[in-house]
Design a protein around this ligand. Structure first.
Ligand code: 13P
Ligand code: SF4
Length: 325
């Protein structure tokens, strides 16, 4: 896609501001192509957290959603962390309010608490360890306990983890608005039109969607899979923003977004929160150094323990999260 004159002007200004202010942009794969192009790092939630933890930049701009910016601040509190639009939330994080989660923990004394990174700082502060979609199997398998493990907030990832690990998990009932919305009937119709295409899916999708997938994994896992696999066509069940980086990696392969119940204009699934970030907001946030993300120190101190526990385990040689059939 060729940038318009205006987009190019904004991109030039963003690059100049980054250099002058010693700032970096860490973006998620679900961001628009223009934002991915001006970012210093584009990755999944784990890669974003790892880069945020190690960054020496004075300013870290998170082109993603609120919990990602909070994670960056928790891991690197001496840096200024900015998020272009603080309204960029997440249905998973919203499903898990701290007061209700506290009661959930109290109802299961002695159970270890594992939370998916898509949750607020307060929820991380109540957790023993955090996980992302790329390390969740490894993290669940690492826990030694004879008690059930509490897992929040994604019920679909939780069900997938029970199936993959055989462990006893008690699940919070949250879900992602994007991954809950894939239509099995439409996917099967699409597959009939592309019989040679492999179907690949993110583990936030519902069990009946994952059951028909040839590969299940995080956004980075999905990109790595289409790179190493020998097929030529893929139906991709995750947020459509991933197709930009994926297509760059496999320019000669055909990538088809999986259809949702309610088709929007591009007949694919877009996260309304991720797409709140725009080039204009990114430029303005770098210029004004607003909005800045803060996490209260008592909360941060507890949350960083759960995040560091995850980062430590992720650094060790991994049994991969993904499933290939
Ligand atoms: P990953 O990129 O870590 O797979 O997460 C997907 C997602 O939904 C982020 O909000
Ligand atoms: Fe949250 Fe789903 Fe959007 Fe990711 S894609 S930010 S999980 S609502």
């Amino acid at each position: 896609m060729k940038p318009t004159v205006d987009t190019k002007k904004i991109a030039d200004s963003i690059r100049e501001l980054k250099e002058r202010k010693n700032a970096i942009i860490i973006a998620h794969y679900y961001q628009t192509p223009e934002i991915q192009e001006v970012a210093d790092v584009v990755g999944d939630s784990l890669q974003m957290a790892q880069h945020a933890a190690q960054s020496q930049a004075d300013i870290i701009v998170v082109a993603g959603v609120y919990f990602m910016a909070e994670t960056a601040k928790i891991l690197n509190p001496s840096r200024k962390v900015l998020l272009p639009d603080t309204g960029a939330g997440c249905s998973l994080a919203d499903s898990c309010p701290p007061d209700k989660f506290k009661k959930f923990i109290e109802a299961h004394p002695g159970s270890p608490v594992v939370t998916y990174v898509n949750c607020s700082a307060e929820i991380k502060a109540m957790s023993d360890i955090v996980c992302t979609s790329s390390n969740a199997v490894k993290i669940i398998n690492s826990i030694k306990t004879d008690k059930p493990i509490l897992f929040a907030p994604d019920v679909n990832l939780g069900k997938y983890l029970i199936q993959q690990t055989g462990r006893d998990l008690i699940l919070w009932d949250g879900s992602c608005v994007v991954h809950e919305n894939f239509s099995i009937d439409k996917i099967l119709d699409l597959h009939a039109a592309y019989p040679d295409a492999k179907f690949i899916a993110h583990p936030e999708s519902q069990p009946h969607i994952l059951r028909i997938a040839s590969y299940v994994g995080s956004t980075k896992g999905m990109i790595d899979f289409v790179k190493r696999d020998h097929h030529q066509q893929y139906i991709v069940a995750t947020e459509a923003g991933i197709l930009y980086q994926m297509q760059k990696e496999v320019p000669h392969k055909t990538l088809i977004p999986a259809p949702a119940f309610e088709d929007n204009t591009c007949a694919c699934s877009e996260c309304p929160y991720m797409k709140m970030n725009t080039m204009e907001k990114l430029e303005s946030c770098l210029r004004t150094e607003q909005p800045e993300i803060f996490v209260q120190e008592p909360v941060r101190k507890k949350a960083v323990r759960a995040l560091n526990a995850m980062l430590k385990l992720s650094a060790q040689p991994a049994q991969s999260m993904s499933m290939e059939v």
